[in-house]
Design a protein around this ligand. Structure first.
Ligand code: F6P
Length: 541
């Protein structure tokens, strides 16, 4: 694709954006009362409503032209073919194979993988079931009551988020997570657990991550203090570095592997999902994989104009590059998705927070936004003020289930009503006249109405997307995660960045290594700047 054609396509988008800048969401709905029908898309029970985005058919068409021109389909096909699309690390990006999404003949860089994938899946699910039933018991012969996963980033966020999300399905031992190298984290988690019935999983792709290895050593000491030499039987490992796990002392039959072509933040489908499998069991874990595989199928085979991850990505490109929004709020009206924003934050920001393109050039405009969020309705009582009346426009992705997993009277109706109310308020706001009329109806005097009208006016015209699903079960969660994974991929392809490396985390790691002896041992502070030297001296006081 030559630069001139691309410039024309981006120019076409700009033209659509400047046309739409003259129109509000109120205008768009007045012009087309059927916007919901024309701007929402379905895959079975999953529905995505884009009608409250500041987009119309002309803008969608321009976005789709850009996606075609950027070769999104060819790049998608390369992913599913197991090609080494992670060019800076020289690897395939093949997490789709872990859920069968690349078919039974899947090959990574020409090598068939499904034999190994299925064998390892069977191995770790068998182990998960053994822990659940007590067939693999603690050294005192009792069933494990608690399992602690020690990992960070992709080796923590996925299982922690999913175990929380699928609480109603979690009928196995209780799961706990330690990630931070702050001693408070390990202390608070281990405190109150009984080492004689606790299983530790050390999860690290590299098995070298400072935080994880530090916590793993502490947990091993904690076990050893209580059960001595038997501690080893209470430890399992998940890694691509089998040797490293062996050196740490984990017996080979409890080391579960995954491969180089599985990125950390895409690894929940691999043995990194072991804690989830222990919590919910093998059948539910397979349902979780199936949800993702069905989304893979949809993504691989559906024309771009009806393809959910593609459309979600394009709405995001519009927000970021045309509306110039720097952040996106991800608000699940689903309490059990309370860690979903944190999980998608890593997925999205570690993937597309880049300012060098694959061809080494700088991107034409902005790349990945800041992703953040908390569940509704709690967030309505904290930061929604800013979303409604702040000076910046912050688009929102709402997530909501048609049905809750339990029936507690009115709760779910109230939750859904609140979700709908927020996207309405964001989109349509409240004019000064409407605010004044509302106050008049309440019998307020005119002086107060004059004084308060501006404060009680909502600008509206703030975009949001709403994602609806039947209920949050293993299948729905798997499908939802895969939806976001593919969205991130499409955006990366359009921005031209490598969504699968993470060089940006390396500098801080390197600097920490040089600082450790200065902080811990008082080594001479050499080669550091004045500010850091000052802070170091303060912290060592
Ligand atoms: O520091 C970033 C990172 O490399 C993430 O990409 C990864 O998920 C996390 O650290 C943990 O890495 P590991 O699984 O190798 O311990």
């Amino acid at each position: 694709m030559n630069e001139m054609t691309l410039a024309t396509l981006w120019g076409g988008l700009e033209a659509e954006a400047s046309r739409l800048r003259q129109r509000t969401l109120r205008d768009l709905f007045e012009a087309d009362a059927n916007r919901f029908a024309t701007h929402s898309y379905r895959l079975d029970d999953l529905l995505i409503d884009f009608s409250k985005e500041k987009l119309d058919m002309g803008a969608w068409a321009a976005l789709l032209r850009l996606a075609h021109a950027k070769g999104v389909e060819a790049r998608r096909d390369a992913i599913f073919a197991g090609d080494p699309v992670n060019e800076t690390e020289g690897r395939a990006v093949f997490h789709v194979a872990l859920r069968g999404g690349a078919g039974p003949e899947a090959c990574a860089e020409g090598e068939p993988v499904m034999g190994a994938v299925e064998a390892e899946l069977d191995r770790f699910l068998t182990f998960a079931e053994a822990v659940r039933t007590g067939a693999y018991a603690s050294t005192n012969g009792k069933r494990f009551t608690d399992v602690v996963n020690i990992g960070i980033g992709g080796s923590d966020l996925g299982p922690a988020m999913a175990c929380r999300a699928l609480k109603p399905d979690a009928d196995g031992p209780k799961l706990h997570f330690i990630s931070n190298v702050d001693s408070a984290h390990a202390t608070d988690v281990l405190e109150g657990l009984d080492p004689t019935t606790t299983l530790i999983i050390v999860a690290s792709k590299t098995f070298t991550t400072l935080e994880t290895m530090t916590n793993a050593n502490a947990a091993r000491d904690w076990l050893a203090e209580a059960i001595g030499d038997a501690a080893g039987a209470h430890i399992a490992a998940v890694s691509s570095n089998v040797e490293g796990a062996g050196e740490f002392g984990v017996a080979p039959d409890r080391v579960f592997v995954f491969w180089d072509w599985v990125g950390g933040r895409y690894s929940i489908w691999s043995a990194i999902g072991l804690p989830l499998a222990i919590a919910i069991g093998a059948d539910d874990f397979r349902a979780f994989l199936k949800g993702a595989a069905d989304m893979d199928d949809h993504f691989r085979t559906t024309p771009m104009a009806e393809n959910l991850p593609v459309l979600l990505a394009l709405a995001g490109i519009w927000r970021r590059n045309m509306l110039k929004c720097q952040t996106v709020a991800l608000i699940p009206y689903d309490q059990r998705l309370e860690f979903f924003a944190a999980y998608i934050q890593q997925l999205d920001m570690e993937s597309n927070g880049k300012s060098t393109r694959l061809d080494e050039s700088a991107p034409r405009g902005s790349t990945g936004p800041v992703i953040w969020g908390e569940p509704g309705t709690n967030s309505q009582h904290s930061f929604f003020q800013h979303l409604h009346q702040g000076t910046d426009v912050i688009p929102v992705d709402f997530l909501v289930a048609r049905h809750s997993r339990e029936d507690l009277g009115d709760h779910h109706a109230l939750l859904m009503a609140n979700c709908l109310a927020q996207s309405r308020a964001l989109a349509f706001g409240r004019t000064g006249e409407e605010a004044a009329a509302g106050m008049r109806r309440k019998g307020m005097d005119e002086a107060d109405i004059d004084r308060l009208t501006a404060h009680r006016t909502f600008p509206g015209d703030r975009p949001s997307t709403t994602i609806v699903y039947d209920r949050l079960d293993p299948y729905a969660l798997g499908r939802l995660i895969a939806l976001f994974e593919h969205k991130v991929f499409v955006q990366g392809a359009i921005w031209g960045v490598n969504s699968y490396d993470q060089w940006g985390v390396e500098l801080g790691k390197d600097l920490a290594v040089t600082l450790i002896p200065m902080v811990r041992d008082g080594a001479k502070a050499e080669g550091i700047d004045g500010s850091t030297a000052g802070l170091l001296a303060e912290l060592r006081r």
